[in-house]
Ligand binder design. Structure first.
Ligand code: NAD
Length: 280
């Protein structure tokens, strides 16, 4: 069985450095997909209320028979524009996620987007503090927060997020945020680590490194993340790819390989939405 290394969060909780992401996996397929990932050896699953697959994810977790303490389950608050996210609304959303997952606690609970135009994340974070204190989330963190959002949070709360989950891949390496995270003790978690499996995996710089190591483009991109200290949560519903994306702990990129992949990030191109304006 492949052993995934863990990274220690700022509250001492250990988080697997590689997990399985389930965005865009329909609830009806999530049970099978997550079961395949758990059988392959993944022990960390990244879902979210808005993915609408917490139920299928929870069924696979329950059916796996794995001890709860061996699993690391992340979900996220969908702090969408339709509601005023007061304490009761946040607690209700959290309870709803736990109920769908069939769990009495998660390992990591994240604010999904900062939505700075709404100016309500510092208030939401107060309820996250309460959730963390209750032990119903072993760690709490944020997602898509910009440097300015992290600074705002730090000015209003002594609780430093354990994680900031952000778009990050060789075409968008997020150096400024990575440096800020390192200085604040926040773990950098990369979403769309494979660049959503699009152009990135076909670029000559990537395929050349892959050919040199006799590995796939996806595997060398995941190695680039791991060797830079990022947590990664690649997604696939194809069993062979689910296994391939985990099979990245028996080879290493050298300094030339890393430099070739680093060079792809010079222009910093996002694939996903810009957190400064995202409020869907
Ligand atoms: P990803 O970078 O993981 O790419 C996934 C796609 O790449 C797959 O759909 C498939 O087409 C392709 N792929 C996967 N493995 C491959 C392989 N071995 N070879 C070739 N192609 C392969 O993209 P993602 O799903 O956007 O991101 C991963 C996870 O990050 C999500 O599932 C979700 O959990 C999380 N996420 C979070 C946010 C957020 O706002 N917090 C946003 C997007 C994604």
């Amino acid at each position: 069985m492949i052993q995934v290394p863990t990274i220690e969060l700022n509250n001492g909780v250990a988080m697997p450095q590689l997990g399985y992401g389930v965005w865009q996996v329909p609830d009806s397929e999530a049970e099978r997909a997550v079961a395949t990932a758990l059988e392959a050896g993944y022990r960390s699953i990244d879902t979210a209320a808005v993915y609408a697959n917490e139920r299928g994810t929870g069924k696979a977790v329950a059916a796996s028979g794995l001890p709860r303490e061996e699993l690391f389950v992340t979900t996220k608050l969908w702090n969408g524009p339709k509601r005023r996210w007061g304490r009761d609304e946040v607690l209700r959303a959290f309870d709803d996620s736990l109920a769908k997952l069939g769990l009495d606690r998660v390992d990591l609970y994240l604010i999904h987007w900062p939505r700075p135009m709404r100016d309500d994340f510092p208030r939401i974070w107060k309820t996250f503090e309460e959730i963390a204190e209750s032990g119903r989330a072993r760690a709490v963190g944020v997602s898509n927060f910009r440097p300015v959002d992290l600074e705002r949070l730090g000015a209003e709360s002594a609780l430093v997020p354990a994680v900031n989950q952000i778009e990050l891949h060789p075409l968008f390496p997020q150096e400024e945020l990575r440096a800020l995270h390192a200085s604040l003790g926040i773990v950098t978690e990369a979403w769309s680590p494979l660049g959503q499996g699009k152009e990135l995996l076909t670029l000559p710089a990537v395929t050349a490194v892959a050919a040199k190591h006799g590995r796939s483009a996806a595997q060398v991109v995941l190695r680039w993340h791991l060797q830079r200290g990022n947590v990664v949560i690649p997604k696939s519903v194809t069993p062979s790819r689910i296994r391939e994306n985990l099979d990245v702990f028996d080879f290493a990129l050298d300094a030339d390989d890393l430099a070739a992949l680093d060079a792809l990030g010079a222009d910093g191109r996002r694939i996903g939405p810009d957190p400064a304006v995202f409020d869907a």
